[in-house]
Design a protein around this ligand. Structure first.
Ligand code: G6P
Length: 367
């Protein structure tokens, strides 16, 4: 069937609005509606005894892999390695006997990730692909295929497939943690409930396009933009920067907030917006103090946070965008949405080709 834009200006705008449904439909595949427990995914290995997980991906999917690493390590106590496929395929890492690898890809056709899959298989790893296209090469060539239920994604820059991939990896982290005995039933119920609330929160965010547009107006004139965060939000800061440079051609970098002192702080002046993802949680104070240092050097701080984080950040930030209060576990899924919306609105203001940015392709099928 031919997919149309409906009443939207761009496929990207339509697909951003499909975040809630993509996340909801995907969670429904992995979480039992009655028991609200993550069902046993069809995997070629036993997560209880798995010695190591290797994650391989490209582009935005690589940032999903990085969030997943935080979840797998902290929640399931599973040693997890992750790399871009173009490096992993030539890195010749010592693969752990009995280990498993997951290839994350919207299209399931990205050449470097297919090559990484072949290398991992040859190295004796069990292989699982996480794809949005069930009949893709990656799904066919791996031992098992897991699906995101995001529907066709036309815009070159990935949006709803990204949050759907995060949703699956969150479910796997919960399932693995239960299998490995690192969380109990009550903790599983709490985390699952937090996940199941994400589609509703995402739907509310869709109504805040006007607010994000006004933030976009403050960013559109910049030559450089810095995105900062810590922990599982750090890959989302990199996603924000990636989307901004892809869509609006503004130079942007996503940095671990604690690493700012080792380089990016030299760039900070009033012409460089500093976009921070800083929800309340265990790392809030650390990130907030990095931001305060940036503000002291003239940086214009635009902070995405929640009700508990907002008052402290308002003391020095130029702009505070208050997102719904959620469990820190699901914060990266929720924060991905406004940073993608922001990149979209900046691109629209700049008049760039949003759905087909110059030099980029939807699926990179050559090395
Ligand atoms: C291209 C797209 C990105 C995507 C990446 C990986 O660069 O523009 O949006 O994240 O490829 O694609 P995949 O299909 O493997 O997820």
């Amino acid at each position: 069937a031919v997919v149309g834009k409906g009443n939207y200006r761009h496929f990207m705008e339509k697909e951003l609005h499909e975040h809630p449904i993509a996340i909801g439909d995907t969670l429904q595949q992995y979480i039992d509606a009655g028991t609200r427990v993550v069902g046993r995914p069809p995997l070629p290995f036993d997560p209880a005894t798995l010695p190591r997980l290797t994650l391989s991906a490209c582009g935005s999917a690589f940032l999903v892999a990085q969030v997943a690493r935080y979840w797998m390590e902290a929640l399931a106590r599973l040693p997890t390695d992750c790399d871009v496929a173009s490096e992993l395929r030539y890195r010749d890492p010592p693969l752990t006997p009995g280990g498993a690898a997951m290839l994350i890809s919207q299209s399931g056709e990205t050449a470097d990730n297919l090559a990484a899959l072949a290398m991992l298989r040859a190295g004796g790893q069990s292989t699982v692909s996480l794809v949005n296209v069930p009949e893709s090469s990656m799904a066919r060539q791996s031992d098992a295929a897991l699906l995101t239920v995001a529907g066709p994604e036309i815009s070159v820059a990935s949006t709803k497939a990204f949050t759907a991939q995060l949703s699956v990896m969150a479910c796997l982290a919960i399932n693995f943690a239960r299998a490995r005995g690192t969380i109990d039933e009550a903790e599983e119920a709490r985390l699952t409930a937090a996940l199941l609330e994400v589609p509703e929160h995402a739907a509310r965010l869709m109504e805040r396009g006007g607010e994000i547009e006004s933030v976009a107006a403050e960013v559109a004139g910049a030559r450089d933009v810095l995105y900062l965060a810590r922990g599982s939000l750090f890959p989302i800061a990199m996603e924000g920067a990636l989307k901004l440079k892809e869509l609006s051609y503004i130079h942007a970098e996503g940095y671990a907030a604690g690493e700012m002192k080792h380089g990016p702080i030299a760039l900070i002046d009033p012409s460089v917006p500093v976009i921070a993802l800083c929800p309340s949680g265990p790392l809030f104070e650390k990130t907030a103090s990095n931001l305060q240092e940036a503000a002291a050097r003239g940086g214009r701080i635009i902070a995405f946070t929640d009700a508990a984080g907002a008052p402290a950040l308002r003391r020095f930030a130029e702009r505070v965008v208050e997102l719904p209060t959620v469990d820190p576990f699901v914060a990266p899924i929720l924060h991905a949405i406004p940073v993608q919306m922001l990149a979209y609105h900046v691109a629209v203001l700049k008049g760039t080709d949003v759905d087909q940015p110059r030099n980029l392709a939807k699926a990179v099928t050559v090395e």
